[in-house]
Ligand binder design. Structure first.
Ligand SMILES: [Zn+2]
Length: 58
């Protein structure tokens, strides 16, 4: 997968978040409109959440 900065005006996909998306996560073969798009704040929070459970994932 790939993480890319976007300039398209679209809402963050994280539930009630009202920010505009800054990044999208591209899984190969996924059409642009179906990609996961997140704002910078949510992306940062998700990154730190992942860090806390990383050991359980491996
Ligand atoms: Zn967000």
């Amino acid at each position: 997968m790939e993480l890319k900065k976007i300039s398209v005006k679209t809402k963050c996909d994280n539930g009630a978040c009202r920010n505009m998306a800054d990044y999208e996560i591209i899984k190969e073969g996924t059409m642009p409109q179906a990609r996961l798009r997140l704002c910078k704040d949510c992306l940062k929070e998700i990154a730190s959440l992942v860090k806390t459970i990383k050991k359980q994932l491996d």
